[in-house]
Write a protein that binds this ligand. Structure first.
Ligand SMILES: *Cc1c(COP(=O)(O)O)cnc(C)c1O
Length: 390
């Protein structure tokens, strides 16, 4: 029996395993049935009811990893986000959202909430006062994301959980960037933890999935809506995700270590004007991050000084310019040209997103090789820029 007190790598590998009673195989068997007996059974099973053997087993693993009681697995991170939010609000209710959120979450709020008569406000910044100021009579939920995308801001998780309890609100966190290896918000008092499992849980840039973890009561409330919205994940992908999570502990720890080295390297470079990484003492919330995180994660951002981001990305040989994040391979993107391309220059400026900003998802390659690639690309870009000027 695996106990939740056991180490993260043990939980990742074994928690929630399905026993192969028939053949004694070493891994969970896969049950692909979409049709199960309905008579003389304890549970009427159906994949959209989130209760097949593989769904249940993976939910148990996730609940143990996030120190919750139960979990649901969805077909995408956004299915987890939207269903979890909608389960706790109705027409006339209000939600307080952190200012900086994943783009898809912002789109969900701005494009859909109005249609359902759900009110919302965004905070001015990440301070507790800013959250408290937005709470109204009809507020039901506070929603945060930390570390945030793309500037790796840190929100005080315990502070938000306390504020929510004081005001009797449901607190939710998008814990994707941290992963359960680096941050366990339920231990800090948060009610509901959401993940895009497409990221660190999948970890190989080949699975689209989402997850939500919480108490039995909260998960049941989300389930009531989830079975109607129909966003469950197919059993084959559930099984693949269970396999991926076995290595999440060692992957994320390697990514933490690499990101720290890369951040320190970048900070020492003249052609880099700023590095955003919670593991650096120069990060404004380094102390808070140290308090609430077990590792600082594999995501960082940096600003190129007087260099064109497209030229820089073209000079990279190992690191791939690519959307999405958290795979075993290092990937990089320019928020100005991708996630924040639809904003005006002023809006980007207001959010602190400069043209030379690069968002970097650090992989598990050798740190020296990642650094060497960055170094040669910085040097080559400098030369390219000189050539253009001549
Ligand atoms: C990717 C991501 C999501 C959305 O997840 P999908 O699996 O793409 O639907 C939500 N939150 C964060 C922080 C993400 O990075």
């Amino acid at each position: 029996m695996i106990k939740k007190e056991q180490g993260i790598n043990t939980l990742c590998t074994h928690a929630g395993e399905l026993e192969d009673k028939e053949y004694k195989g070493a891994v969970s068997p896969l049950y692909m049935a979409t049709s199960y007996a309905f008579e003389d059974v304890e549970v009427k099973r159906y994949p959209r009811y989130f209760n097949t053997p593989n769904q249940k087993a993976l939910a148990k693993k996730l609940a143990m990893l996030e120190h919750g009681e139960d979990a649901l697995i969805f077909g995408s991170g956004m299915a987890a986000v939207s269903t979890s939010l909608m389960a706790f609000v109705q027409k006339g209710d209000h939600v307080v959202f952190q200012k900086t959120l994943y783009g898809g979450t912002s789109n969900l709020i701005v494009e859909e909430f109005g249609k359902f008569g759900i009110e919302y406000s965004f905070t001015e910044d990440n301070s507790l006062e800013s959250f408290e100021r937005e709470i109204r009579e009809n507020t039901k939920v506070i929603y945060i994301e930390t570390p945030s995308n793309p500037l790796l801001t840190i929100t005080d998780v315990e502070g938000i959980a306390g504020l929510a309890k004081k005001k009797q609100l449901v607190s939710m966190i998008d814990n994707t960037f941290a992963s359960p290896v680096n941050q366990n918000p339920i231990d800090l008092g948060i009610d509901i933890v959401i993940h895009s499992a497409t990221k660190y849980m999948g970890g190989h840039s080949d699975i689209l999935a989402g997850a939500v973890i919480g108490s039995n009561e909260h998960i049941n409330q989300i389930f009531q809506m989830a079975k109607n919205f129909g966003g469950s994940l197919s059993d084959y992908t559930v099984w693949l995700l269970e396999r991926s999570i076995k290595t999440m502990g060692i992957r994320v720890k390697a990514q933490n270590e690499n990101a720290q080295k890369v951040a320190e390297f970048l900070e020492s470079q003249e052609s880099v004007s700023k590095v955003y990484y919670p593991g650096l003492p120069s990060h404004p919330d380094h102390e808070l991050a140290k308090k609430q995180m077990k590792g600082f994660g594999g995501m960082l951002s940096f600003e190129l000084k007087d260099m064109d981001s497209s030229t820089f990305m073209k000079e990279l040989k190992l690191i791939k310019p690519s959307m999405s994040l958290a795979g075993v391979e290092s990937t990089i993107l320019s928020p100005t040209k991708t996630s924040h391309a639809l904003l005006t220059a002023e809006e980007r400026e207001e959010q602190g997103i400069k043209d030379g900003l690069m968002r970097f998802s650090v992989g598990i390659e050798e740190a020296e090789d990642i650094i060497a690639d960055l170094q040669q690309a910085l040097e080559e870009t400098k030369k390219d820029m000189l050539d253009i000027r001549i």
